[in-house]
Design a protein around this ligand. Structure first.
Ligand code: AMP
Length: 146
């Protein structure tokens, strides 16, 4: 099967974040994307990049949104490197529950880590103050680079 058979559920948690119905620690936003701190990070500084298109996974992502996601990812990655003084950033994206996808709105993970260190999904919520501080530092780094 080349396409997901799953239809988009607009009550998913990232749809609610995009609509501003639930809070997040936002790092960056433009017309086509939003980037925010992962609430259960797999490493310090774990950020999610989410397109403002209703796509379950990669098979449904429109090319202009794919491009916008990568442009935002470049900004965020640069900020992560600068703020955390760490070069290694893993870009990860899961398609389908079999692959481990848990939120069915397409998103890219940017995880300051290494393939050798990464394990399963994070299992505990991060400290909210730490997430807020990191989000502010990343945001400032992005604004300064503009
Ligand atoms: P995936 O398994 O690729 O679908 O990743 C979903 C990610 O979303 C996981 O890393 C979760 O920790 C993260 N997540 C779930 N709910 C929230 C939320 N409300 N705010 C931020 N990140 C979230």
């Amino acid at each position: 099967m080349s396409q997901t058979s799953q239809s988009y559920d607009d009550s998913n948690i990232f749809a609610k974040i995009i609509q501003g119905d639930i809070p997040c620690h936002k790092v960056y936003e433009d017309d086509m994307t939003v980037a925010f701190m992962d609430i259960m990070p797999q490493a310090k500084g774990h950020v999610l990049i989410v397109p403002k298109q209703q796509a379950v996974d990669l098979s449904q992502l429109e090319p202009e949104y794919a491009s916008a996601v990568l442009m935002t990812a470049q900004k965020v990655m640069q900020a992560q490197r600068q703020v955390l003084s760490r070069e290694g950033i893993v870009q990860m994206q899961l398609n389908g529950s079999e692959a481990g996808q848990t939120v069915f709105h397409y998103h890219v993970h940017l995880i300051p880590s290494s393939i050798h260190e990464l394990g399963r999904h994070g299992s505990s919520q991060a400290d909210q103050e730490e997430l807020a501080t990191l989000a502010a530092q990343f945001k400032e780094a992005i604004d300064t680079a503009r």
